[in-house]
Design a binder for this molecule. Structure first.
Ligand code: HPA
Length: 269
């Protein structure tokens, strides 16, 4: 893994001379964020050695390099999900590459189903903690100390400082945000009513099929993480019938301008 990461980083550096400070992972329906980047270079995943290739619709499948408000960024347009069949090491490989390109702060976004009674479709949630219920762990296996320690402290998976900053930025922009705990499940099925109820009983506010592995690997390498989730459906008997991929993409697209503005300003400051 270490050698693969170095090889990929060298390849990228041979294409573009950039030291991104911020890494951004764009979730379902949020791909338009790349329009906010003064793009210097776009690298399709299929051209990057050791990168898996993205299969889900609504995702573009490229690393986008450039700047926002004078800050250097690299964005993942399209992420890899465990449910697509990738190993967890592949799902999280781009995060390792970002770290070794110089990224200090990782911004993750996703679409999720809300189980908190105060949530409604279109809400923007700043993730302050997560529950990992994925069936595989990205750090399972021999640990390479060059990346990070065997046993990783997860007391602050999402940086408190960045959460505070995110809330300030949102308030300044007049964007309403909530905060919440994200529970990660494998998917690709949406939850049954009983499972949504379980998610709530377990103490989470929303549930999705991504993010948790990437955040774990980011913390393994001591990157600071800021997470944002868009509530695209509500896990409740009155609304569960609506949940499908189209619905999720549409709801995410509606919230996209606000999420984009939030992340743009977050990086610029
Ligand atoms: N469950 C899981 N993943 C999701 C959901 C959901 O309700 N909505 C968007 N992604």
């Amino acid at each position: 893994m270490w050698e693969n990461v170095q090889q990929t980083v060298e390849f990228i550096k041979s294409k573009i001379d950039i030291n991104p400070e911020y890494g951004v992972i764009l979730g379902s329906g949020l791909g338009g964020f790349t329009d906010d980047i003064e793009i210097e270079y776009t690298l399709p995943y299929r051209k990057i050695p050791n990168f898996p290739t993205s299969t889900v619709e609504g995702h573009k499948g490229a690393l986008v390099f450039g700047s926002i408000g004078g800050k250097k960024v690299v964005a993942m347009a399209g992420r890899f999900h465990f449910y697509e069949g990738y190993a967890m090491q592949d799902v999280t490989f781009p995060v390792r590459v970002m770290k070794h390109l110089g990224v200090k702060t990782l911004i993750v976004s996703n679409a999720s189903g809300g189980v908190n009674e105060n949530y409604k479709v279109g809400d923007i949630v700043i993730i302050y903690d997560h529950i990992n219920m994925m069936p595989e762990h990205p750090l399972r296996g021999k640990n390479d100390e060059r990346f990070g320690p065997r046993f990783v402290n997860m007391g602050e998976p999402y940086s408190r400082k960045l959460i505070a900053k995110g809330k300030t930025v949102a308030a300044d922009l007049g964007i309403e945000v909530k905060d919440g705990i994200y529970l990660g499940l494998q998917g690709p099925t949406f939850e049954t009513l009983a499972e949504y109820r379980m998610v709530k009983i377990l103490g989470a506010d929303c549930v999705g099929m991504s993010t948790v592995p990437e955040v774990i690997v980011a913390r393994h390498m001591e990157m600071d993480v800021f997470g944002v989730s868009v509530i695209t459906d509500i896990g409740h008997e009155d609304s569960i019938a609506e949940v499908n991929h189209e619905e999720v993409l549409q709801a995410a697209a509606k919230a996209e301008p606000k999420v984009r503005a939030l992340i743009r300003e977050f990086i610029g400051r």
